[in-house]
Write a protein that binds this ligand. Sequence first.
Ligand code: TXA
Ligand code: MG
Length: 345
Amino acid sequence: MQTQILYPDHSSYSLASSLIRQGKLVAFPTETVYGLGADALQEKAVLSIFSAKGRPADNPLIVHIHHRSQLESVCEIPEAAFSLMDAFWPGPLTMLFPKKPSVPDVVTAGLPTVAVRMPSHPVALAFLQACATPVAAPSANRSGRPSPTTAAHVLEDMAGKIPLILDGGACDVGVESTVLDLVHGQPCILRPGGVTREMLESVLQEDVLLAGSILRPLAKNEVALSPGMRYKHYAPKAEVTLISGKEQNVLQALKSLWQQSTDAGHRTCVLCFSEHLQELSDCNPHDLGSLSDASQVAHRLFDLLRGLDEEGIETVYSEVISTDGLGLAVMNRLGRAAAFRTIEV
Ligand code: TXA
Ligand code: MG
């Protein structure tokens, strides 16, 4: 199969929506990452998402809508969801809702809840409107690879497997949406993302819990609240280790670890904040973005992780950022890329 990349215009939306109606897959940009879409109500189409990605069948998908009126056909709406929809839709917030029978079980991996979000990217909204059906879409990467934030990333992973990629340029947020569980008691973030815990708490006027495995590996026999948390994700081929502690100690440790690893013959780099590039100039530094701007770090993180593979990097030592605000989403992704291996200095 030839994979076409088209810029969004009247004719590409029309092609994209007719492919979706025929049960085919279309990759499209959102403000978080690129999605791999299929008609959420066609079981066979949804199944082909799992095979194109190499995704385990027990990891459920997010259903994307462009208008709230589409909710009625797919789920019940808990009272608490309305204020969050008012505040954060369209935008990078996914909520779990009790599922209606119209949604095939393959979408939710058999769970009684369905995850739904309304993205804010204008191309995503126009595409969803043209499709006129809810669209199930995971991130458009091969399972286990960092999520794609450009059409070129999608092509790397999906060439020959899907007919069309809509190219909307680089994604703004750069990490996936926040997944929030409102249906099992106190609101709980299953995956941190573009809408922060602080933003949710200010609207809900109550504490929002964090799923245990956001900043550490799942314990043996621990049940993942969100099935996606079970899987190795966001991982470059290199072995990544996080270095945490006082700034001067971290910089010292990065220098000596880089030297040891390089002396041992490994292709090694450090991931550091823009503010430390100069001090670490001998250590093959890669720029995470500014220490004081987690949104910049989020925006470039997945592109950076993909680049490490292309460069053939084998060993990575990385700085860490505070888990306030969007820093929590960054540290979840970076932590998982490192299998949460951390050296305290
Ligand atoms: O930003 C995003 O959310 C992107 C764009 C394309 O919208 N999508 C995305 O989808 O990241 P995916 O499939 O890569 O991640 C969905 C996450 C997984 O961790 C999955 O386990 C969780 O949401 N999830 C989906 N449905 C769920 C459900 N019913 N209960 C618990 N977790 C669920
Ligand atoms: Mg994904």
